[in-house]
Design a protein. Structure first.
Length: 165
């Protein structure tokens, strides 16, 4: 438990992911991508920051309104994983929830022998103040920029950041 929330690992909380993404149109305002993230919540492990301290271990019965933040994890290889999505309700930004979610994922991955965690985000050549904050957040969490790919995403540059575990 951290503060007034706890982090649980579960699957299939597309409802919570959708609710949070809807609150953050400056980061997740393109419907096609929002739908892809919501679909991913059904496939990838979900780490949820939940307001209810009495929540069960799986987080499945928690009302979507009680979910303060969500991290979706994509692990394609035994020694590496990717933060597919990290989103925190706006009123809880800068409260430590995102950092706590990342730390919990890191702890779980280290326990499995995973050695590298990555994230992709909008590259700095796009000149977006919101994503300047996003890159600063990941940098503060120990991620390092590796390369900006101008053509990986259709219309936007993609920055790959990694963190050794």
């Amino acid at each position: 438990m951290s503060g007034t929330y706890t982090v649980v690992r579960t699957l299939g909380r597309a409802d919570a992911a959708h609710d949070i993404l809807e609150e953050l149109p400056e980061w997740f305002g393109i419907d096609r991508f929002t739908h892809e993230y919501v679909d991913a919540a059904a496939r990838f492990p979900n780490y949820l920051a939940v307001a209810s301290p009495s929540v069960g271990a799986d987080g499945g019965a928690v009302p979507a309104d009680d979910v303060l933040g969500v991290l979706l994890l994509d692990q394609r290889y035994p020694t590496s994983a990717e933060v597919h999505l990290l989103a925190v309700r706006r009123k809880h930004h800068r409260s430590g929830i995102g950092r706590t979610l990342v730390r919990r994922v890191e702890d779980d991955l280290r326990g499995q022998g995973v050695r590298l965690l990555s994230v992709k985000t909008l590259g700095p050549s796009a000149h977006d103040p919101g994503f300047d904050q996003t890159r600063a957040f990941y940098g503060a969490c120990g991620f390092h920029p590796v390369e900006e790919f101008p053509d990986l995403w259709a219309d936007d540059p993609c920055l790959l950041m990694v963190k050794p575990l």
